[in-house]
Ligand binder design. Structure first.
Ligand code: FES
Length: 123
């Protein structure tokens, strides 16, 4: 397999239920990773252009599910499976989905925007 142009690192870290911080897996990132893999394959990008990988905690849990896009060096945050078509089309077009790109304030829990709910409905 050739080196891909981009690698997506989808955090699939899961903390125990009830942990105040929550985790990306509790907000649907395992399903998100699977959906990205399928969509990249369907779009013909998986073998040559973009590989969707899993990752452990990327330390922006409050903005999860998060996806680090490398080597571009930006993060998507609060991503749901509904965002997958837009992400894949943007990758195909060499652009990005600006509404999902985490701004600098989201990298600090104190200044971050609101979290998505977890599986149990907790933020
Ligand atoms: S649990 Fe996903 S960034 Fe920490």
């Amino acid at each position: 397999m050739p080196q891909r142009k981009r690698y997506l690192f989808v955090c699939v870290n899961r903390r125990p239920d009830g942990t105040p911080k929550g985790s990306c897996a509790q907000r649907g990132s395992v399903e998100l990773h699977a959906a990205l893999k399928d969509a990249l394959k369907d779009r013909g990008l998986a073998k040559t252009e973009v590989r969707a990988c899993t990752s452990s905690c990327l330390d922006v849990c409050w903005a999860g599910p998060v996806v680090a896009v490398e080597p571009d060096g930006y993060f998507y945050g609060r991503v749901t499976t509904e965002d997958v078509p837009a992400i894949v089309e943007a990758l195909a077009a060499d652009t990005r989905v600006e509404r999902l790109v985490l701004p600098s304030n989201d990298f600090d829990e104190k200044t971050a925007g609101p979290a998505l709910p977890t599986e149990g409905g907790q933020p």
